[in-house]
Write a protein that binds this ligand. Structure first.
Ligand SMILES: NC(=O)c1ccc[n+]([C@@H]2O[C@H](COP(=O)([O-])OP(=O)(O)OC[C@H]3O[C@@H](n4cnc5c(N)ncnc54)[C@H](OP(=O)(O)O)[C@@H]3O)[C@@H](O)[C@H]2O)c1
Length: 346
């Protein structure tokens, strides 16, 4: 049997009375058989203080097997109770290179840094050229399939091509089961959702969803979130593009949908605004930020509706910065407004 290890359950810190910004210290692992022949990995994240008192409340299937510092925050996501590391990775542009490109080695170091820091979700799409192929190749080479939460899309104007494209994604990722597949930019969503639902019923896709970006098609997405049964939505949200706060994010919370955020840096544009500028003292002292990337990502992941953000990078040092945003203190609602006002003033 192929062992496809996935995070399947998360014990909400609230249930143990842990403060949201408490230092996270322990991961517990136990592999257990779940449905459809999978071996599913259970991960519970607790802080030191709560471990002893919290043990009694752990699900029967979970045990503390080993203790190690956790660099990664996780949030409850998806209706099933599945959890995701809060910082994921995008692959548009950054992983669209040929397999014989000299840059491939550098992309490998990006992935190594990602998984070393506890990363899980990688987002791609047939729209991103060779990205799916490169990701599949590198992950297989690294033997990191067990850590991966694979996220791709169907993106074709031809309804009849949806199943072929999905089959090709399975092949490129080397994943007989893809974790989450979405309809890219809502293109031919009626037909592609049918394809995805069949795949979900057949057990070859675990979760399905819809994406949009750049603030486009919000009205359509909102109406589909109300009318269609999906597990996740992906949309653009960042410190300057906050339209989603008005309707989509609250609706996602109400519907219990997983929310994945794309374009967290506006494809890098947000860094131009802060070039040569130091972080404000309070971001360092109160939030522990060491980089603007952390500042921008902490803003996003501290929105209560957000489960995962997928910044893209070609550089391992940037990946380390990005992953660091998923650790330590998150801003309060007041602090988030302060961060946004400050950034807008630059
Ligand atoms: N409709 C859709 O479904 C949709 C649409 C758009 C995007 N997406 C997804 O969302 C992902 C992210 O969006 P995006 O690709 O537009 O880009 P992004 O994550 O907003 O920005 C990427 C840019 O930021 C730079 N960067 C990353 N980390 C950095 C750091 N720590 N310090 C300084 N610069 C840093 C990168 O440059 P370096 O390479 O130099 O680090 C790159 O140029 C995409 O890759 C894709 O997977 C989905």
């Amino acid at each position: 049997m192929r062992i496809n290890v996935k995070i399947c359950r998360y014990l909400p810190t609230k249930a143990l009375g842990i403060q949201d910004d408490a230092p996270l210290a322990l991961l517990s692992y136990q592999k257990l058989t779940c449905h459809r022949g999978y071996v599913v990995q259970t991960i519970n994240m607790l802080n030191r203080r709560s471990v002893m008192s919290g043990l009694a409340t752990l699900p029967l299937t979970a045990q503390i097997a080993r203790a190690e510092p956790s660099p990664q925050r996780r949030r409850l996501a998806l209706k099933s109770g599945l959890a995701l590391p809060v910082i994921g990775m995008g692959t548009w542009l950054t992983f669209n290179i040929p397999l014989d490109d000299p840059e491939l080695a550098a992309r490998k170091t990006v992935l190594e840094a990602f998984f070393r820091a506890g990363g899980g979700m990688i987002d791609s799409s047939p729209m991103y050229g060779k990205s799916e192929k490169v990701i599949g190749h590198l992950i297989k080479g690294l033997g990191a399939q067990e850590k991966l939460f694979s996220t791709t899309k169907i993106w074709t104007p031809l309804a009849s091509n949806g199943p072929n494209q999905l089959a090709q994604s399975h092949e490129l990722w080397h994943e007989p089961t893809l974790d989450l597949v979405k309809v890219h930019n809502l293109l031919r969503w009626q037909e592609h959702l049918k394809t995805l639902r069949s795949a979900k019923d057949a057990g070859t896709v675990r979760y399905i969803g819809l994406t949009t970006s750049h603030g486009r098609r919000h009205e359509t997405l909102e109406s589909l979130m109300r009318s269609e049964v999906v597990d996740a939505v992906q949309l653009t949200y960042n410190i300057l593009d906050r339209e989603a706060e008005k309707r989509l994010l609250p609706l996602a919370e109400e519907k219990g949908l997983a929310v994945i955020i794309n374009r967290p840096f506006r494809t890098g544009q947000l860094f131009e605004r802060v070039q040569g500028k130091d972080l404000p003292d309070w971001a360092v002292s109160e939030l522990g930020c060491q980089s603007w990337a952390e500042y921008l990502l902490k803003f996003i992941i501290s929105h209560p509706a957000v489960h995962c953000v997928i910044p893209a990078t070609r550089r391992a040092d940037h990946m380390i910065e990005n992953m660091r945003a998923g650790t330590g203190t998150l801003p309060s609602a007041d602090m988030r407004e302060k961060m946004a006002r400050y950034f807008e003033s630059l």
